[in-house]
Design a protein around this ligand. Structure first.
Ligand code: PEP
Ligand code: MN
Length: 272
């Protein structure tokens, strides 16, 4: 058994800062990633991107490959969606974060995306972890639905062992006995991860709570607890969103979120 895991503070004491063309994840600045659950069409993604950019987001999120519970639900636009993301990036200068679900698509996503997202359902898909571990692009690793802290970190280790040390951890809620929200946001894991690892930690309150009205308070809580950033679902018309409409913010709610997290960031010595 290896003693000093690559993720651990014993291996590297100081925080890892992932620098993407001057946008730094894991430093003093709170980084906000925002956008729809899924890329639906070109007009939709460009419209949303322009607004979230204006309101302060540094990354555009949006799935082109969607892990859906039902095989009959919308599965994503796949490469067409990636092309829309690339076009939107050109128009807005926003960086892109999008999910890869299959090892065969890693090269494709790598070509279009600035950060490769590994979804909660694939946190222990070890062949996928090894494949993104060989990529030169940073990886956003989402916590599995019932993963312990150790399992989460070991998945990061799988990626790092292959040579890619640019891993961002993302808490996105876990399954508990509480069913009044979609999942339960495990705020505890933020300071616990910060103690164990030098890797940046961000929070996805949208998938954690599953209820639009709770996204702003939990965003503030995440920053207060030490998160380095947020990933938020935003849509021009959430009710018409093809997926995750109940947790998706409209533009004025996202504007409110950006306004309300500012003083919290300041209070914990961060900037926004
Ligand atoms: C997503 O971010 O689009 C998503 C599917 O999230 P998760 O993997 O956390 O469920
Ligand atoms: Mn979603």
């Amino acid at each position: 058994m290896k003693e000093k895991f690559l993720y651990s503070r014993k291996y590297k004491k100081e925080n890892t800062i992932i620098n993407l063309n001057k946008t730094k994840i894991g430093g003093k600045e709170i980084i906000v990633m925002a956008g729809p659950c899924a890329v639906e069409n070109k007009k939709q993604i460009i419209e949303i991107a322009k607004v979230v950019k204006k309101l302060g987001a540094k990354f555009l999120r949006g799935g082109a490959f969607k892990p859906r519970t039902s095989p009959y639900s919308f599965q994503g636009l796949e490469e067409e969606g990636l092309r829309y993301l690339a076009e939107t990036k050109q128009k807005t200068n926003l960086k892109i974060v999008t999910e890869v679900m299959d090892t065969k698509d890693v090269k494709l996503i790598e070509k279009y995306s600035d950060i490769i997202q590994i979804g909660a359902r694939n946190m222990q898909n070890f062949s996928l972890l090894k494949a993104v571990g060989k990529s030169y692009k940073p990886v956003l690793l989402k916590r599995g639905l019932s993963a312990t802290l150790k399992e989460f970190l070991m998945s990061a280790e799988y990626i790092m062992k292959e040579g890619n040390h640019k891993v961002i951890l993302c808490e996105r809620g876990i399954r508990t006995f509480c069913t009044y929200t979609r999942n339960t946001l495990d705020l505890n894991i933020i300071p616990a991860l910060k103690k164990e690892t030098h890797l940046p930690v961000i929070v996805d309150p949208s998938h954690a709570v599953g209820v639009r009205d709770y996204v702003i308070p939990m965003s503030k809580a995440a920053i207060a607890a030490g998160a380095d950033g947020l990933i938020i679902e935003v849509h021009k018309n959430p009710e018409k969103s093809v997926s995750d409409k109940d947790q998706t913010l409209n533009f004025s709610q996202f504007q409110q979120l950006m306004k309300e997290i500012k003083p919290v960031a300041k209070a914990v010595g961060k900037i926004l």
